[in-house]
Design a protein around this ligand. Structure first.
Ligand code: C2O
Ligand code: CU
Ligand code: CU
Length: 483
């Protein structure tokens, strides 16, 4: 039996009382219930024709799920070259996207990362996870050479929010190449969010968006490794879609023809209240969870609408096709409120601020072309020293004419204003800063000391230098940042 199969067997035994988890582990009817299907290898073998509209493809398939049991998920991820993804393609364990790691608050996650890329350093980052950045935790200063492995271990706090996170390589200089080649996978943290009336028992689908990839017939964007998969829904049926932008550099300006997107979570955090949109912009690394309801029978396109200007301009492209068919179901009312902001992610709108910082993302006409506060990334320099326990406000400015998605590791932040406009209280880990714009965030550095990074999540920019180091220290008086 393969380790993965054993893991699934163990999961089955350990989760008898947990309906949704048991269903995922057991397969069969449970999988059908959740809209999951058995994964067929090489689903991305057939490429569409460039950015042209391809005919509706195979039914959407879910990636393999690896479940924690009895508080532990212990697994291996082998980063390897994979020509099935195209020239220079790379996958974890031969899967595109990598397997879903499905956890609960309080769990331990142990990952043996194996570098079999045939050259080039790699490492692993758990994006959006609130865990220690030190040692063999979420430490992006680690590097793993070809032919070597590294044992990561993460302890999720008992109060970790439930939601969609992801993992990807983070070795400065080849983060873009490896992520764009296919190295990325989802992480799902379960929790009380899943039991909210109107969300509980709603069939869930994961849509991991990746691309562009260059296949035999041109450029293609993939959903769960598939070209234009079909998503089946009955008229009136409600589904919970978990959307992940796992591309290195692309934005997805999502529109589902004829279907409203009722947002219930952003990044890894439930929203206090549902917010309904027609179009949803997901920058690199952003996630959203939405409730959708099937309308009249028919076929509806899931597209990314044309977006961006100048160097960032993207054409419209197709992602998937919703096929609404079958017996109409009388729609259940959608929830309006989801989860209030509770410890540790409380509303900081009127909190006492210990310190305010201004961080400026800038582009220069000399190296480093992409910088933060005029400087390129230096792993040996600490750019911001923060006192453990501090509540801080960061004013994140963008002086360039391009979007830069700001992301910080370890601690999520409340978005206070975007270009001066107050935002309803919610937490994120990645927020696109508009051209010549400004986003104000507030965050608390409550429980983890150590060094970690903040950066632009357009990975081409990150690799070019748009990244900096923050260190959380436990002294009475934190040193002032180097000038
Ligand atoms: Cu998703 Cu520092 O990364
Ligand atoms: Cu991250
Ligand atoms: Cu950028």
């Amino acid at each position: 039996m393969t380790p993965a199969a054993r893991e699934r067997m163990t999961a089955r035994r350990g989760t008898r009382t947990l309906t949704r988890r048991a269903a995922i582990a057991a397969g069969g009817t449970g999988l059908a219930l959740l809209g999951l299907a058995a994964r067929r290898p090489g689903v991305w073998d057939s490429w569409g024709s460039g950015l042209a509209y391809a005919a509706a493809g195979e039914p959407l398939q879910e990636p393999e799920v690896r479940l924690s049991t009895n508080g532990l998920l212990e697994t291996t991820l082998e980063a390897r070259t994979d020509p099935r993804v195209g020239t220079g393609g790379m996958t974890y364990d031969g899967q595109l996207p990598g397997p879903v790691l499905r956890l609960r608050p309080g769990d331990r996650l142990k990952i043996k990362l194996i570098n079999n890329l045939g050259g080039g350093l790699t490492n692993l980052h758990v994006h959006g996870m609130h865990v220690s950045p030190q040692g063999n935790g979420d430490n992006v200063f680690v590097h793993v050479e070809n032919g070597q492995s590294f044992d990561y271990e993460y302890h999720l706090p008992e109060d970790h929010p439930a939601g969609l996170l992801w993992y990807h390589p983070h070795h400065h200089g080849n983060t873009m190449q490896q992520t764009a080649a296919g190295l990325a996978g989802p992480i799902i943290v379960e929790g009380p969010f899943d039991d909210v009336p109107g969300i509980k028992d709603v069939p869930e689908r994961l849509l991991c968006l990746q691309g562009p990839f260059v296949g035999p017939n041109g450029v293609q964007y993939l959903v769960n490794g598939q070209v234009n998969p079909t998503i089946a829904i009955q008229p009136g049926e409600t589904q919970r879609w978990r959307l992940l932008n796992a591309s290195a550099n692309a934005f997805f300006n999502l529109r589902v023809d004829g279907i409203e997107l009722n947002q219930i979570a952003l990044d890894g955090n439930p929203l206090p209240a549902v917010s309904t949109v027609d179009t949803l912009l997901l920058g690199p690394a952003e996630r959203a969870e939405v409730l959708v309801q099937g309308g009249l029978a028919g076929e509806y396109q899931v597209r990314s609408l044309a977006w961006g200007e100048m160097a960032q301009a993207q054409p419209e492209f197709q992602l998937a096709t919703v096929v609404t068919a079958g017996d109409p179901i009388s729609p259940v009312p959608l929830p309006t409120t989801i989860m209030p902001l509770v410890e540790p992610l409380i509303d900081l709108t009127s909190a006492h601020i210990d310190r305010q910082r201004v961080v400026t993302f800038n582009e220069q006409n000399h190296a480093p072309y992409f910088a933060i506060d005029d400087k390129g990334f230096d792993p040996n320099r600490v750019d911001q020293t923060v006192q453990l326990g501090a509540t801080e406000e960061w004013v994140v400015r963008n002086t360039s004419g391009e979007w830069h998605p700001f992301h910080i590791h370890v601690n999520d932040f409340q978005v206070i204003t975007i270009d001066g406009k107050p935002q309803s209280p919610h937490y994120k880990d990645t927020i696109p800063i508009p051209p010549r714009g400004e986003v104000v965030i507030r965050t608390r550095f409550l429980d983890f000391t150590g060094k970690f990074v903040y950066h632009c999540h357009i990975l081409a920019h990150e690799d070019a230098g748009m990244m900096a180091v923050v260190e959380v220290v436990d002294h009475a008086s934190a040193a002032t940042p180097a000038s």
